[in-house]
Design a protein around this ligand. Sequence first.
Ligand code: SAM
Length: 285
Amino acid sequence: MNLTNINTVREVMSRHGFNFSKGLGQNFIINPDICPKIAEMGNACKGYGVLEIGTGIGVLTKELALRADKVSAVEIDKRLMPVLAETLGEIDNIKIYNEDVMKADLRKIIAEDFRGLRAAVCANLPYYITSPIIMMLLESRLPVDSITVMVQKEAAQRLCAKVGSRDSGAITIGVNYYGTVRKLFDVSRGSFMPSPNVDSAVIRIDLNHEARLDEEHEKFFFSMVKAGFSQRRKTLANALSSQLGMEKAAVYDALSALGINENVRIEALTMEELIAVSGELMKSK
Ligand code: SAM
């Protein structure tokens, strides 16, 4: 079945009485060039198990399964289960979990389904929850080599921004802390059904599994990063005092011990500076 043919997609959907849920970010890929490219650039190959998030009607799932040894996919929408049974039912290296990815035990899925294989994540992410999913994947330190995902262009810009630049955000720090990120290619809005109001891009994060900080420091580092960026227009001292209840004087002391201006905003700090500031603040906790 050709899942990038609009008429085929419409027929399957109407047979199952399925209509798109905007709330679940359901924009399905109909451009035939996109899914093979995501699969090929996202480690879907022999020796790999691929975890997919959000199958839709299975257009990407199918391309992943053609190349990887196994595909396990998590899809929240129960209405898609009978659709997927029809569209992917004959492919035997796919397993679908009808679950919310934010609640699923991904570590267990990877351990059980991908025994003896390397693992990677590939997805066309639901836009309403892009950053939480990426942060969750990173913070849970899953044993995956790469995360290759389609996101809205704005999110791609944020993800691929330089740390210490105005375009950066908490998610920028996250991806650069846990690995390296690069944009693979742009995707126009016309490549989807229904067509969203913005263009998209596919990015790939390659994970570095060496722990950079000990567990306690890492936890504090990310609470500082999230607090700082949640009030990014404020100075770091003001943001940390209002978000984390820290003494402003303690923040000033930490910054001046490192030779950093007391009125700095979080977006101006490099990764090394952020780590150093969090280390100083840990001492005063
Ligand atoms: N992979 C398909 C494609 O490219 O055509 C569908 C991509 S669509 C942008 C996102 C998919 O994620 C939808 O099928 C939606 O139902 C699913 N989804 C949304 N929220 C989810 C969640 N919390 N957990 C798992 N799947 C979710």
